[in-house]
Design a protein around this ligand. Structure first.
Ligand SMILES: Nc1ncnc2c1ncn2[C@@H]1O[C@H](COP(=O)(O)OP(=O)(O)O)[C@@H](O)[C@H]1O
Ligand SMILES: N[C@@H](CCOP(=O)(O)O)C(=O)O
Length: 374
């Protein structure tokens, strides 16, 4: 819960947040894993009359707004502070270092939301614990799988509660009442979310398993990838996913090495809830999803990472070969096979040219977000 601490004393601090891979096949909006690629956000308190300022170094620099009211990290921090009836302390400079590719299904928006909530918590000494931070992140992001992985690190299962507990009352400072709408006319006021809105549970995962993520050059915004999903599902498809979800979690968390069985894991990573509805947005996906240990030894299973278009291969060996195979399949396709792609940011150039992609071999990040001072 929330226990107010002393206000921040002006010491710089850095929030570091791991990226995530969400869903892991059948675990749509349920499973996530924090991976070893981290964004860092450093807050300093310089002598200046510029108020709140932002700088950004990293992926897609021209698409990330530096206006604090539009930047997802600072906007989230402004709104979190507002829900406590407070303004962020100023002057404050927020320096973002971000290697996580944007709009690719590696949880960049989740990491940004986590960083924003933690930034407000630290700079104002709001005293939110991990559960309360989760409540805020979940209220903003909407689904728990990617944010819980970024909050806790490791392999995480989560759910969102339908009947959470009431939020505490808001106490507004005079400064907030007088200045919020003038300072941030474009940031709608934000009510504190209900308490215990979600639950997350950290699971262990065998250290033998590595996460080969193959990242195509084009973006797929999560909002678009969610808009193509149906409102209702056939009973057979729900059962299909539930069966695989239970088996997948059991095998990945087993202490017994013989449970890391590619024949079982490859089948258990199949999904009928989101991937088939999104496959027209990710050219080459049917061929990629048909890869298996039978032709690629070491490969355990394949799925879309988050909402895509990145592809996740779980593997115990042969990582480079596996990553390159997926890169080559993307290269046989072009972005114009994906209807609606032209509405997205970041898709440019000749449409008929094969999709460029690169792969990374990532480990599970044992740590979730961290805050370091000084
Ligand atoms: N570090 C960041 N700073 C500011 N905005 C960010 C950052 N990371 C992500 N975003 C915002 O989130 C959007 C991508 O979110 P989303 O479509 O959910 O994709 P992803 O799968 O990467 O989470 C970006 O276009 C950008 O607006
Ligand atoms: N369960 C969500 C996960 C979105 O993850 P992201 O990495 O694409 O932000 C979904 O599949 O929509």
């Amino acid at each position: 819960m929330t226990k107010r601490k002393e206000l921040h004393d002006g010491t710089p601090f850095t929030v570091s947040v791991p990226c995530s891979t969400a869903n892991l096949g059948p675990g749509f909006d349920v499973l996530g894993c924090g991976l070893g690629m981290r964004m860092s956000v450093t807050c300093t308190f310089p002598e200046s009359d510029k108020g709140l300022t932002v700088s950004y170094n990293g992926d897609s620099p021209h698409t990330v707004p530096l206006d604090p009211s539009r930047n997802l990290i600072t906007r989230t921090a402004i709104q979190t502070a507002a829900s406590f009836g407070q303004l962020l302390p100023t002057p404050m400079h927020v320096a973002i270092e971000n290697p996580i590719p944007l709009g690719r299904g590696l949880g960049s928006s989740g990491t940004a939301v986590v960083a924003g909530v933690v930034l407000a918590n630290e700079s104002l000494g709001l005293g939110m614990d991990t559960q309360r931070i989760l409540d805020y992140c979940l209220a903003i992001e909407g689904h728990p799988d990617n944010i819980t992985a970024s909050i806790l690190g490791g392999f995480v299962a989560s759910y969102k509660r339908e009947h959470p507990d009431p939020a505490p009352p808001k106490e507004e400072t005079i400064e907030y009442k007088q200045n919020y709408s003038t300072l941030y006319p474009d940031v709608p006021d934000f009510e504190a979310p209900p308490c215990n809105l979600g639950k997350h549970l950290r699971l262990k995962v065998s250290p033998k398993i590595k996460f080969v993520v193959t990242i195509p050059e084009f973006e797929l915004q999560t909002k678009l990838a969610r808009s193509v999903l149906p409102q209702e599902y056939p009973k057979a498809d729900v059962i299909f996913n539930l069966q695989r979800l239970a088996v997948l979690v059991s095998t990945l968390t087993s202490d017994d090495a013989k449970d890391i069985d590619p024949a079982v894991i490859s089948e258990a990573m199949h999904d009928r809830v989101h991937q088939k509805y999104r496959q027209h947005l990710v050219p080459g996906l049917p061929e990629i999803l048909s890869l298996s240990y039978k032709t690629l030894p070491g490969l355990l299973g394949v799925c879309v990472s988050g909402a895509g278009p990145t592809v996740l291969c779980l593997a115990t060996d042969n990582f480079e070969k596996i990553g390159q195979t997926v890169v080559d399949i993307f290269g046989k396709h072009s972005v114009d096979e994906a209807p609606g792609y032209e509405k997205q940011k970041g898709v440019k150039g000749s449409k008929k040219v094969g999709i460029k992609a690169s792969f990374k071999v990532l480990e599970v990040s044992a740590e979730g977000f961290t805050v370091s001072r000084g």
